[in-house]
Design a protein around this ligand. Structure first.
Ligand SMILES: Cc1ncc(COP(=O)(O)O)c(C=O)c1O
Length: 381
């Protein structure tokens, strides 16, 4: 897809902002629509920058097909909307990102019931599936408390009960986990996070192994207007070259930070799957051999303590997202899970003192110094 200039071609991919493509005649149009010839017609249905980015992520996930959407939520919608209809059921993890849980609840308006279950309780998953379900939605590593899902086991249960398994792999990225290789039917990524890696795009990816499932997903992207814009795709393709390097560096630093934070007197609890005290440590060690990820949480006494930490830790911006190249922090109770029912939040362990950390690529010493400035202010109150 790179234009040639004499014998030379550009080293980096071109950007194609065109919203529409000129086609020589009706026969050529039919050939493109029927996929007898390559080509594009209208950017909402597909464009070169989305195709090129999807190809790159397909390789990382060993996926047979993939589509790019205008956000991570768009990717979840593109998976779920074609699968469920009026009177049908969805089984969803009870520890999803807040907006993903909201999406499931919103489906009730269209006659779709969602049963929320603890994805770590395989017997509960099986019971819910036994009541009948078209699809199961889980996160590889949950947001924010990093619960790890036994994907091979949930995939086997889903298959046995005829449900499609959709895995949100945003916290893990394909560097740590490839859910399709563990039996999932769909993998989705919020490219807004670590894969984009620089907090300058809002995008999603949905991929799968079975090409029979791609037609409905692509149709949902076009019909519901979930398509991505070319510039964001172009920027994100650039990020793929450094993804593995960034993810491995951030993961190694996060593991060290999790150990260090645990010894800080003002920190009441550290949540990281790489720690022996995490409830899923053994499962995470088995499922994620390349590391436990760049996300962790730590708990301070209360909201006031979090405010003191944020005001003093000026080099750890409070930015309610994750996956930036620099370390940032967020506050699940007031951001990602702001609109979740209080009881559900507290049951999961999302307290008023909980801080979520997205560790970046700075040297460990820099991250420790920057966090230390915030913790000192908590301690001196
Ligand atoms: C785990 C997870 N999945 C999905 C999303 C949604 O992604 P986006 O913001 O790109 O729509 C988010 C956003 O924070 C997330 O954390």
């Amino acid at each position: 897809m790179r234009p040639a200039f004499g014998p030379s071609v550009p080293l980096t991919p071109p950007l194609y902002p065109s919203a529409v493509y000129a086609i020589p005649d009706l026969d050529a149009l039919d050939d493109i629509y029927e996929k007898r010839a390559p080509g594009f017609i209208y950017a909402r249905d597909g464009h070169p920058n989305a195709t090129s980015l999807a190809d790159g992520i397909n390789q990382l996930h060993a996926a047979a097909w993939g589509v790019i959407t205008g956000s991570g939520m768009g990717a979840i919608s593109a998976a779920v909307l074609p699968l469920v209809g009026q009177g049908e059921r969805l089984v969803a993890a009870d520890n999803l990102y807040g907006k993903s849980a909201k999406l499931c609840r919103e489906l009730a308006r269209f006659g779709v019931t969602t049963e929320f279950v603890n994805p770590c309780d395989l017997a509960a998953v099986e019971t819910a599936l036994g009541r009948g379900a078209k699809a199961v939605l889980v996160e590889t590593i949950s947001n924010p408390l990093c619960r790890v899902c036994d994907l091979p086991a949930v995939a086997a249960l889903s298959r046995r009960h005829g449900a499609r398994l959709i895995v949100d792999n945003t916290f893990a990225t394909p560097v740590l986990c490839r859910p399709l290789q563990m039996g999932a039917d769909f993998v989705m990524e919020s490219l807004t996070k670590m894969i984009g890696g620089h907090s300058d795009v809002t995008l999603g990816y949905l991929g799968g192994s079975d090409t029979a499932l791609s037609v409905a997903a692509e149709s949902a992207v076009s019909t519901f207007g979930l398509a991505a814009n070319p510039f964001d795709c172009w920027l994100t393709e650039r990020s793929l070259d450094t993804l593995e390097l960034r993810m491995r560096a951030a993961t190694a630093t996060a593991a060290a930070v999790a150990g260090w934070l645990g010894a800080e007197p003002v920190v009441r609890r550290v949540v990281y799957p790489g720690r022996a005290d995490h409830p899923d440590h053994a499962l995470a060690a088995r499922l994620l051999p390349a590391g436990f990820g760049h996300m962790l949480c730590f708990e301070l006494s209360d909201r006031d303590a979090v405010n003191r930490f944020m005001r003093a830790a000026t080099q750890v911006p409070f930015a309610p997202s994750l996956g930036h190249a620099h370390t940032t922090c967020s506050y699940p109770d007031g951001t990602s899970h702001r609109f979740e029912p209080m009881e559900a939040k507290r049951k999961q362990g999302i307290t008023t003192g909980l801080v979520r950390l997205s560790v970046g690529c700075e040297p460990l010493e820099v991250v420790r110094r920057n966090l230390g400035a915030g913790l000192a202010a908590v301690g001196s109150a």
